[in-house]
Design a protein around this ligand. Sequence first.
Ligand code: PHE
Ligand code: CO
Length: 288
Amino acid sequence: MSSVPVTYGEASITPRGDYAHCDADYTCAQPWARYTPQEHALFARLYARQMALVPGRACEEFVRALPHLRAQRGIPRFDDINVRLKPATGWEVVAVPGLIPESAFFGLLAARRFPVTVWLRRPEEFDYIVEPDLFHDLFGHVPLLFEPRFADYMQAFGAGGLKAQGQHALQYLARLYWYTVEFGLIRSDQGLRIYGAGILSSGGEVAHSLHSPQARRVRFDLPRLLRSRYRIDTFQATYFIIDSFQQLFDATAPDFTPLYAQAAVQPEIEAGMLLPREVDETVGRETG
Ligand code: PHE
Ligand code: CO
């Protein structure tokens, strides 16, 4: 495999990473012995920074699963995480060189295999990195794979992606991924909480997503979401709130074919825009 441009969000980038030594499905071995002491230390610093931010802001399911990673002291071995993850939900973490083509990505998800990038960001990217790296993929995504409803959603998403490819509907499905898996918010009895990996692996977006008056927070509404553009290079302007992972799974279970057709003939909605009569769920409310 060589490094080819892949679509990432609404952009196309040539990914960082060594694609020469991966298999046809883009998985590779995790080069665990080659991580340097500096990389382990950087990972531990990233972990400590996020750990200080997530209690009371991330959803309970995420916080409870974090210790399963055993990632506090440095980069864990994926195989070691799988010892606990496989019996919990049937998912496993697999190593990939970096961003991979959509069909490969969907195929892995549909098989309950979550691809995690093997390389770690550079120290100067501590606060922000556009391309997903090992820390984002592992810390942000893997804890919720221990949650049975969310785990089922991720598999259904992979299968839905393979199907959408034949329907020229990938841009819609990318929005669904973005606004749920990457940047989703969820209601809890204690207030608004985060479940999106892109927020949970970010130093600044944790607070922004819950509290910034610049951001809109609206009820999860699938037809609306499919029409909503998003940003890949800065904090989000709009967040969608689900009531539960069950709601997310149930709302996305039906065949999307009519939804794709409907979205294709309706205008797109810019990031940060509210529709007429649409309510920002956080105006005048305590967001917890
Ligand atoms: N129900 C979707 C379809 O018919 C599949 C899907 C499920 C997509 C869950 C995303 C998330 O295409
Ligand atoms: Co991600």
